[in-house]
Write a protein that binds this ligand. Structure first.
Ligand code: FAD
Ligand code: SF4
Length: 540
């Protein structure tokens, strides 16, 4: 069967800040220089924003470069960040510490990044960009000689058994002269091309954190629009990297989240439960007492920083945004750098389309403010490999004395390699949820509005199914039962004496990508499900 084909100058995979900024910049250049460029953007979420989950306090720097009149255009940056607080928590108490310079947010805005993307998508469409939500890019197309020639969307209506159902619809080929990968952190096609073209051979491994977030409507007395709170310390032990954020937006909403470095060692650690008990701290709980939880979700984020930036180009395209890893970890901000990288890539691509082969996207990125910003903070996150206090001390020396110019660079090792065996680790007892400020996983996933067609091939693939029990269960007590924030992985037994087996409830998956990252033998491969499946976040 031959697939339908659509031809474009540029095919962009992912309608996040990076992909949309790239699409807009391309159309702006085309209009300025009267040189038509056709651009399409594919998005696996049911609509733009449906799969976007962020903090978010954003720096408006890149938005202002893209649209100097962003305010008149109605960009949803409505709540200026005005009051920064940085707390160290012990089990019962909270100590206010000086706010590190990277966490000063004066001039920034507290937003829903999903809503910012919806606005960017409207601007992009007004410029003539074609956006296709509900279509997941499932396969890379190669031209003769191995050059990337675009992507294909997955076919719809294939059953669990791999056979077409009555609803079968063949995928479509979107062929582009150039392809931009803007899939965000741990993109599935980015992973394929990274391996194929050896994009990571000259850099550190990428490292990650898992961010779990809820959106609340709080009582008027507890609402302080513009307040930005970050915490470190409890409930993390001193060796585990992690902390929280609380951002007070407009409309009595508070975004609360917890980020844990995926280099954690104890296989009994449960990021979801850590987040739930964090909210019960005496200094945190009052914000949520009497309030209402509106939304829940989770997403991995890059933590490798400067030394983990891979080669950014491959024959036929480039990698942009968090797919490449441009997140500033001490700031916990990556949307401004994602947008800027998209804009720089667009400028490169525009010239490439006109036959200029001298342009170099990496060189252009190195000349941009993104490079300098990431270079200066490159030693802060790896400083925490030796624990919280060493990390804080290293961060202070690196920031205040060395000013990011240390003559050394600290390095990373892959997150999965840090996991200890269950026999060497201490089980953790988590408190039961109270149903007021703390909750269980299933009721949480319910308010992520996650939905997948049940009759489809699994999108969570085990390279070697036997390892689930032989390695993961026997040696690590199946850590995927705990690190998955959606309860997708369960060890079940049919009867008391029967052998355990791994059950994968793939329809609950919120596309955070943690299992693809943290599995101790890298046995889990996350691939896109049918387009439109996954969470339906309102304004995360
Ligand atoms: C918990 C948390 C808190 C954060 N807080 C902040 C903050 O306060 N400030 C800040 O600036 N940044 C913050 N960040 C980081 C910020 O969210 C990212 O840097 C930013 O979203 C990266 O943009 P992106 O366009 O590269 O990727 P994403 O925003 O991840 O967008 C990628 C898009 O591509 C789509 N996609 C992926 N694969 C495919 C495919 N194969 N086919 C079709 N579509 C696909 C996805 O569905 C998604 O819509 C935070 C991140 C997290 C997880
Ligand atoms: S199955 Fe994997 S990607 Fe899906 S929610 Fe769980 S950990 Fe995240």
């Amino acid at each position: 069967m031959t697939r339908d084909t659509m031809e474009y100058d540029v095919v962009i995979v992912g309608a996040g800040p990076a992909g949309l900024a790239a699409a807009i910049r391309l159309k702006q250049l085309a209009a300025e220089q009267q040189h038509e460029v056709s651009v399409c953007v594919l998005e696996k979420g049911s609509e733009v924003g449906a799969h976007i989950l962020s903090g978010a306090v954003i720096e408006p720097r890149a938005i202002a470069e893209l649209f100097p009149d962003w305010q008149e255009r109605g960009a949803p940056l409505l709540t200026p960040a005005e009051d920064d607080r940085f707390l160290f928590l012990t089990e019962r108490r909270a100590f206010r510490l000086p706010t590190p310079p990277q966490m000063h947010n004066h001039g920034n805005y507290i937003v829903s990044l999903g809503n910012v993307c919806r606005w960017l998508a409207r601007e992009a469409e007004a410029l003539g960009v074609e956006i296709y939500p509900g279509f997941a890019a499932a396969e890379v197309l190669f031209a003769e000689g191995g050059r990337v020639a675009g992507v294909a969307t997955g076919s719809m209506g294939i059953g669990k058994d791999g056979k077409p159902t009555a609803n079968f619809q063949e995928g479509v080929e979107l062929r582009g002269k150039l392809t931009l990968l803007a899939e965000g952190c741990r993109g599935s096609l980015t992973k394929v091309l990274t391996e194929r073209f050896g994009l990571r051979k000259d850099c550190d491994p990428q490292t990650y954190g898992i961010g779990i977030k809820e959106l609340w409507e709080v009582t008027p007395e507890q609402h302080h629009p513009g307040r930005v709170v970050h915490t470190v310390g409890w409930p993390m032990d001193r060796k585990t990297y992690g902390g929280s954020f609380l951002y007070h937006l407009e409309n009595r909403q508070v975004a609360v989240g917890f980020v844990i470095g995926l280099d954690y060692e104890n296989p009994f650690l449960n990021p979801f439960e850590e987040f739930q008990r964090f909210k019960t701290h005496p200094a945190i709980r009052p914000t949520f007492d009497g309030g209402r939880r509106i939304a829940y979700g989770a997403r991995a984020l890059n933590e490798g920083g400067f030394q983990s930036i891979p080669a950014l180009s491959f024959p036929g395209g480039h990698v942009i945004g968090c797919a490449a890893g441009f997140l500033n970890v001490p700031k916990i901000k990556g949307s401004h750098t994602a947008m800027k990288s998209g804009m720089v890539a667009a400028e490169t691509v525009f010239r490439q389309l006109q036959g200029d082969e001298s342009v170099d996207y990496r060189r252009a990125m190195a000349a941009s403010w993104v490079w300098d910003e990431l270079y200066r903070v490159r030693n802060i996150r790896p400083g925490f490999h030796r624990g919280l206090f060493t990390g804080l001390l290293n961060a202070a020396v690196d920031t205040y004395i060395l000013r990011g110019r240390a003559p050394w660079t600290l390095h990373h090792t892959p997150d999965y390699s840090h996991l200890r065996k269950a026999s060497e680790s201490r089980p953790i007892a988590y408190p039961k949820p109270d149903g007021k400020v703390s909750f269980d996983r299933l009721s949480s996933v319910f308010i992520s509005n996650t939905n997948h067609e049940e009759n489809q091939p699994p999108h969570l693939q085990l390279k070697d199914p036997a390892k689930a029990i032989e390695v993961n269960y026997r040696l690590y007590d199946a850590p995927e039962q705990r690190y998955c924030p959606a309860g997708v992985y369960e060890i079940v037994r049919e009867g008391a004496d029967s052998e355990p087996r791994l059950q994968i409830n793939a329809q609950n998956c919120v596309h955070c990508k943690t299992c693809d990252i943290k599995d101790p033998t890298q046995n889990i491969n996350w691939v896109v499900p049918e387009g439109g499946g996954g969470p339906n976040y309102p304004n995360m």
